[in-house]
Write a protein that binds this ligand. Structure first.
Ligand code: PLP
Length: 281
């Protein structure tokens, strides 16, 4: 398995991280996870644009331009012959003696990328998964896809240790998103999801869903909703690059709707599949 480290393609076993890399010491960096379906990337442009937006928001300089970086990643995908999988990439603020403030301008960011086989979680997508409600204790810049994921990890662990697929986060009474996904509820045929603010990550899958809704006459409202609205919704689903449109059939042990994947969720899954077939490139 070949990985990309600072401009070079090397064997996974040869890849090393400097102990004073700011990504390693502070989580001072950003990342993306991009889907590969049947050897083609899906929504890569959107992911790359978000990467550069995250970089700008934290005043991080990515050593390559967007087009150059994109072709490097496509090359890596080819070299590894990825069929159904992901490419993970991260950029940190580079290596320098530990200090909180940014290093001088001549320190170049560290860039790594690798691919991984990742089949679509078909069984869970068909049966639905369970989730646990967890208080959202993260910082106030969740719009940045930062390596600092401790709040997300603690939430996911709390859910996973009880056998749940995802933690659905709420700030006080307001549902924000999943620990590694966006969260949606369906009530009376209308899909609701948290508006794009600093409190959530503007998911690429979320944007695909919004577009699918718009083009297929499904009502899509970017509006906050409460924990009790979530619990009494007709349907709940989460969405991410790796989980696509994932039905949530039980939250905190309580069935949502009929306790099975709902009609709107299933329709979105099939629209999403169609889009994948058309747009993976
Ligand atoms: N929200 C959070 C906190 C995430 O970590 C992720 C993805 O990992 C998402 C939302 C979904 O984003 P995307 O659809 O771009 O994968």
């Amino acid at each position: 398995n070949t990985v990309f480290v600072n401009g070079e393609l090397i064997d996974r076993d040869k890849a090393k991280v400097d102990i004073e890399d700011r990504g390693y010491q502070f989580g001072d960096g950003i990342y993306e996870v991009i889907r590969v379906y049947d050897g083609n990337t899906f929504t890569m442009k959107e992911h790359m644009e978000r990467l550069y937006q995250s970089a700008e928001k934290m005043k991080l300089s990515i050593p390559y331009g967007e087009e150059d970086f994109t072709s490097k990643l496509l090359h890596l995908i080819n070299v590894n012959g990825v069929k159904d999988g992901i490419v993970y990439l991260q950029v940190t603020r580079g290596v320098s003696a530990r200090q909180h403030h940014f290093p001088s301008g001549d320190v170049v960011g560290s860039v790594v990328a690798y691919t991984k086989d990742f089949p679509v979680p078909a069984h869970q997508m068909e049966q639905g998964v369970t989730a646990k409600l967890v208080e959202d204790i993260r910082w106030l810049r969740c719009d940045i896809k930062s390596l600092n994921l401790l709040g997300n990890l603690l939430a996911k662990q709390e859910a996973a240790s009880e056998g749940h697929f995802e933690a659905i986060l709420h700030r006080g009474d307001t549902v924000t998103e999943g620990s590694s996904s966006n969260a949606f509820m369906v009530k009376d045929g209308i899909i609701y999801t948290h508006p794009v603010t600093n409190l959530i990550l503007n998911g690429i899958t979320r944007r695909v869903i919004e577009d699918l809704c718009r083009k297929n006459g499904i009502s899509f409202q970017e509006e906050t909703f409460s924990v009790s609205e979530l619990m009494t919704a007709d349907e709940v689903f989460i969405a991410s690059t790796t989980s696509e449109v994932m039905p949530v059939v039980k939250i905190d042990g309580q069935e949502i709707g009929e306790g099975t994947p709902g009609a709107v969720t299933k329709r979105l899954q099939s629209l999403f599949n169609e889009r994948k077939g058309k747009e993976a490139r």
